[in-house]
Ligand binder design. Structure first.
Ligand code: ZN
Length: 276
C-alpha cells in the first residue's frame, strides 16, 4: 500500500467539500494548499462557463480526476428518459472539455410514484448503453458509482459494487466503477467485488460514516471522524491495481460547509496523511 504519511500528491479535492467556493476559488485554494488534483461538480463548471473552466483548469496544471456528475437516467416517461440521455451527452462533452479522467454516474432511483425497481434497473442499463457510443467517441470513461441502499428510491438504484460490476461486464468497454467508501463500506462482499473491479476502478472517494447519521445525504464525516476502516478499503482498492487519487468528497450541511474552506482543506490534508 502506498505511504501517504507525508503525501498530498494523491489527494484530490472534490469541490463539493468546499461548497461555498466557486471553481475559480477552488483552483486558487488548491494552489495555496499545494493540492495538485481536483474533482469539480458540474454546477460550478457551468457557472464559470465550460470553455473558461477548461482554460482555467488547464492553466492551473491540476489533474482533473473526474467530473461529478451525470446519470439520473430513470424517469416516468419516454420524454423524461430522452432528456436525461441528452443531459448525459452534455455532461460527457463537459468532461471532455475540462480533461476529466471520468464522468461519475449517479444512476437515478425509482421514477416518482413507481414501485418497479426491476424496471428502474433496466432504465439505468438502457440509459448508459444509449450514451456509451458518445462517451467512447469523446474518450470519456463512464464511472458507475454504486450508492448506499438508503438512496435506492430517490437517487441511485445501483447500490452494490456487485451490481455495478455486472453492468460493466454487460456494457463493455468505456464503463467502469467509482468506489466511494461512504457507499460501500458496509458490504460483506466487498473484498471479492473490489478484486472483481480490477482494471476498471476509475475513481476512489473518501469521507466517513458518522454515528449517528442525521441526514441521508448531507451528513458525511471527515475521514477519521467516523467508523469506516479507510486504510483497509484503500488496501483492497490498491490490491486491485488502483494507483490513482483519493478524492475527498464531504457533503456536510451542518458542519464542514459552515467552516472556513481553507481550514477544511488543511484538515483534509492532515487526515489524508494520517487516516486515509
Ligand atoms: Zn462519491
Amino acid at each position: 500500500m502506498r505511504d501517504f504519511s507525508s503525501d498530498r500528491q494523491w489527494l484530490a479535492l472534490n469541490t463539493v467539500t468546499v461548497k461555498s467556493w466557486s471553481l475559480e476559488q477552488a483552483i486558487d485554494g488548491c494552489a495555496r494548499a499545494g493540492i495538485t488534483a481536483i474533482a469539480p461538480w458540474r454546477d460550478i463548471v457551468q457557472r464559470c462557463g465550460v470553455e473558461r473552466a477548461a482554460k482555467l483548469l488547464r492553466a492551473s496544471g491540476l489533474t482533473i480526476t473526474c467530473l461529478c456528475r451525470g446519470g439520473m437516467f430513470t424517469a416516468a416517461d419516454e420524454p423524461g428518459r430522452r432528456a436525461a440521455i441528452d443531459d448525459n451527452r452534455r455532461a460527457i462533452d463537459e468532461a471532455a472539455a475540462i480533461g476529466a479522467g471520468s464522468l461519475i454516474l449517479v444512476v437515478g432511483g425509482l421514477p416518482p410514484g413507481s414501485k418497479d425497481l426491476v424496471g428502474a434497473h433496466r432504465q439505468v442499463r438502457d440509459g448508459i448503453a444509449a450514451v456509451l457510443p458518445h462517451a467512447r467517441a469523446a474518450a470519456v470513461p463512464l464511472a458507475i458509482e454504486p450508492l448506499h441502499p438508503m438512496t435506492a428510491a430517490d437517487r441511485a438504484c445501483v447500490n452494490t459494487l456487485a451490481h455495478a460490476n455486472d453492468l460493466c461486464e454487460e456494457l463493455g468497454e468505456g464503463v467502469g466503477v467509482a468506489i466511494d467508501a461512504y457507499h460501500v463500506w458496509w458490504d460483506p462482499d466487498l473484498p471479492r467485488q473490489v478484486a472483481r473491479s480490477a482494471g476498471r476502478i476509475l475513481s476512489y472517494h473518501v469521507c466517513d460514516w458518522l454515528v449517528p447519521t442525521r441526514d441521508l445525504v448531507f451528513d458525511r464525516g471527515m475521514p477519521g471522524d467516523g467508523i469506516i476502516d479507510l486504510p483497509r478499503l484503500r488496501g483492497l482498492v490498491e490490491d486491485a491495481g488502483y494507483a490513482g487519487h483519493c478524492d475527498v468528497e464531504i457533503l456536510s450541511a451542518e458542519n464542514w460547509w459552515k467552516r472556513d474552506p481553507d481550514e477544511v482543506v488543511r484538515i483534509c490534508i492532515e487526515r489524508h496523511q494520517s487516516v486515509v
